[in-house]
Design a protein around this ligand. Structure first.
Ligand code: FAD
Length: 471
C-alpha cells in the first residue's frame, strides 16, 4: 500500500490524488515555483486538519498549508520531491461569530478576505486590511504572511488585527486560543509566533480579528511632487494635520503610470508628465463633506509649504475608483511588459528618499537602460522596488538576458536595504524566494533564535519544510 492509499484509509474527508486535480495547488501564482505532492487534502473542520497532521507526523510526511495560493514568495507550494501533503484550507471558510460590542469577528482560516470584509460591512464595521488579491487570498494566508496592503498606515498589518487563533500544532493537537482579548499578559505570546510563520510552525484553522468603525466619507487626492523627498515632507504634513483620518499614502514614479497607460489606453492619468505622484486617501467617520474639507485644508497647506506642484481630488465614487485603479493596476501592467524583477523592501520612512536616490543610481550605472518601477506604501516605509528591462528589450528573446541580471540587481538592492537598516521582505514573507537572502542579512543570533523556535515547535521539520529557514 502506498502513502496515498494509507492516508485514504484513515482520512474520510476530501482528498485529491489525480495529477490534473492536484495541478492548480502545485504551482504558485507567479508560476515561478512548481512542486509535487502525495495528495491534496481539503478538510472541512479543525478536527479533520488535526487527523491529517497526526497521520503526517506518524509517517514523517511534510505538510504544506495553503489558502488562496496568491503568495508571492513561493511559500504555498511543496518542493519537487513529491513527499508532501498539501492541506488546502479553502473549504473551511465560515464566519463563526461576530460581536459588535467587542468589535470582533471569528472566522475560519479559508475565509476569503473579500468575504470577511463583506461580513464586517453587513454589521456596519470595517475590516482594516485590504489588498489587490482580496477576492482570492484567505485569512489563514493573510495571517501566515502577516499581510499588509494599502491601509496599514491607518489600521496596521494583519498581526495587528489578530486577537486570537486556533491552530493545529505540528503534532496534530488543536490549540484553541480564540480569545478576543485586547489585553492578555499571561506569558509568551503564542499567537504572535504563528502569525507570519508561513505555515512552518503549525496550521492556522481559525482566528478572532478586530473590527473597526466604518468610515462614512472617503476621498482621494492625487498630488504631483518633485521628488520622494517632497513626498516625505507631504507625508509629515498629512500625518500632523489628519491624524487617524489619513487612511492611505502611496508613492508612484512616472515609469509606473507610463506602464499603466501603455497596457490600458483607457486609463485616465491626471498628470502624465509628473515625475512622481502621491495618492492620499482620507477617511472620515462623520460625512463626505468633512473628508473633503480635511483634504482641501491639507492641499492648501501643502501648496503653501511648496511640497506639491499640482493636485486633483476625486469628485465622485467613479473618480475615487479610477484614481485608486491607477495605483492598483501597476503590478499587472508591469507583468504585461514581460518578466520583471521584484523587491518588496522596507527602510525607515525618514531614509526612503535617500535610499531611492542612491540605489536607483547604483543600479542604473551597473545596468544601463533598465527601468526602475518604484511604487509603494510610503507611509509604511515599504517600497515595491521593481525593475523592468529597457523599453527596447521587452521581447521574449530578451528575457534570458534580462533575468540573467537578476542576481546582480538583487544584490545591489538588498545590500542597500541592509545598509539602511531595512528589511528584504516588508509584507510578502520569505517563502523560498527570500529565505537565503534574509539569513544573509540577519545576525547569527537572530537566525539561531529562529531555528530554536522552529525546532521546539516542529522538531521533525515537517511543517512547510524549506520555507522561511533552511535548517
Ligand atoms: C495581485 C496581488 C496583490 C497582492 N498585494 C499584496 C499586498 O498589497 N500586500 C501583501 O501583504 N500581500 C500582497 N499579495 C500577496 C498575497 O496576496 C498575500 O501574501 C496573502 O496574504 C496570501 O494569502 P493566501 O491565502 O493566498 O496564502 P497562500 O498563498 O496560500 O499561502 C501563503 C503562505 O501562508 C501559508 N499558509 C496559508 N494558509 C495557511 C494556514 N491556514 N495556516 C498556516 N499557514 C498557511 C502558506 O503555507 C504559505 O507559506 C498580493 C498578491 C497578489 C497576487
Amino acid at each position: 500500500m502506498n502513502l496515498a492509499e494509507s492516508l485514504a484509509l484513515v482520512y474520510k474527508g476530501k482528498l485529491l490524488t489525480a495529477f490534473d486535480d492536484m495541478a492548480p495547488f502545485l504551482i504558485d501564482w507567479r508560476k515561478r515555483y512548481k512542486g509535487k505532492a502525495i495528495a491534496v487534502a481539503l478538510p472541512a473542520s479543525a478536527p479533520e486538519v488535526s487527523a491529517l497532521v497526526k497521520w503526517c507526523a506518524t509517517h514523517k510526511v511534510p505538510v504544506v498549508a495553503q489558502g488562496g495560493n496568491t503568495g508571492l514568495s513561493g511559500g504555498s507550494v511543496p518542493d519537487s520531491s513529491g513527499r508532501a501533503i498539501v492541506i488546502s484550507l479553502t473549504k473551511m471558510n465560515k464566519v463563526r461569530a461576530i460581536d459588535t460590542v467587542n468589535n470582533t469577528i471569528t472566522v475560519e482560516a479559508g475565509c476569503i478576505l473579500q468575504n470577511l470584509q463583506d461580513a464586517a460591512l453587513a454589521v456596519n464595521r470595517l475590516f482594516g486590511v485590504s489588498l489587490a488579491a482580496k477576492g482570492s487570498c484567505t485569512v489563514g494566508g493573510n495571517l501566515s504572511t502577516n499581510a499588509g496592503g494599502v491601509q496599514v498606515i491607518r489600521y496596521g498589518n494583519m498581526r495587528e488585527q489578530c486577537l486570537g487563533l486556533e491552530v493545529v500544532t505540528a503534532e496534530g493537537e488543536i490549540w484553541d486560543g480564540l480569545r478576543g482579548l485586547r489585553k492578555d499578559n499571561t506569558g509568551y505570546d503564542l499567537r504572535d509566533l504563528y502569525v507570519g510563520a508561513e505555515g512552518t510552525l503549525g496550521v492556522i484553522t481559525a482566528a478572532v480579528l478586530k473590527l473597526q468603525p466604518l468610515p462614512v466619507g472617503q476621498v482621494v487626492a492625487m498630488c504631483v511632487v518633485d521628488s520622494p523627498k517632497a513626498a516625505l515632507d507631504l507625508l509629515a504634513l498629512a500625518q500632523s494635520q489628519l491624524g487617524g483620518n489619513l487612511s492611505a499614502f502611496e508613492l508612484m514614479s512616472n515609469i509606473c503610470l507610463d506602464l499603466v497607460k501603455k497596457h490600458n489606453p483607457n486609463a485616465k492619468i491626471p498628470f502624465p508628465d509628473a515625475a512622481w505622484t502621491v495618492l492620499i486617501e482620507v477617511s472620515d467617520l462623520h460625512s463626505e463633506q468633512s473628508a473633503v474639507a480635511l483634504i482641501n485644508r491639507l492641499l492648501e497647506s501643502a501648496f503653501e509649504a511648496g511640497c506639491i506642484a499640482d493636485a486633483t481630488i476625486s469628485q465622485s465614487l467613479t473618480q475615487f475608483k479610477d484614481l485608486w485603479s491607477l495605483r492598483e493596476d501597476i503590478s499587472e501592467a508591469q507583468a504585461s511588459e514581460g518578466k520583471n524583477i521584484k523587491h518588496d523592501v522596507a527602510v525607515p520612512i525618514s531614509t526612503i528618499a535617500t535610499f531611492i536616490e542612491q540605489t536607483n543610481a547604483a543600479i542604473e550605472l551597473a545596468h544601463p537602460g533598465i527601468r526602475m518601477v518604484v511604487f509603494g506604501h510610503l507611509g509604511d516605509g515599504n517600497l515595491h522596488y521593481n525593475v523592468s528591462p529597457p523599453s527596447d528589450r521587452t521581447g521574449p528573446q530578451d528575457e534570458d538576458w534580462f533575468m540573467g541580471q537578476q542576481a546582480a540587481i538583487n544584490l545591489i538592492t538588498h545590500n542597500a536595504v541592509a545598509a539602511f537598516n531595512g528589511s528584504v521582505s516588508a509584507e510578502h514573507g520569505l517563502g523560498v524566494l527570500r529565505r537565503d537572502e534574509a539569513s544573509r542579512y540577519k545576525s547569527p543570533i537572530e537566525m539561531a533564535l529562529m531555528r530554536k523556535i522552529k525546532h521546539a515547535l516542529d522538531p521533525d521539520n515537517l511543517m512547510n519544510p524549506g520555507k522561511v529557514l533552511s535548517l
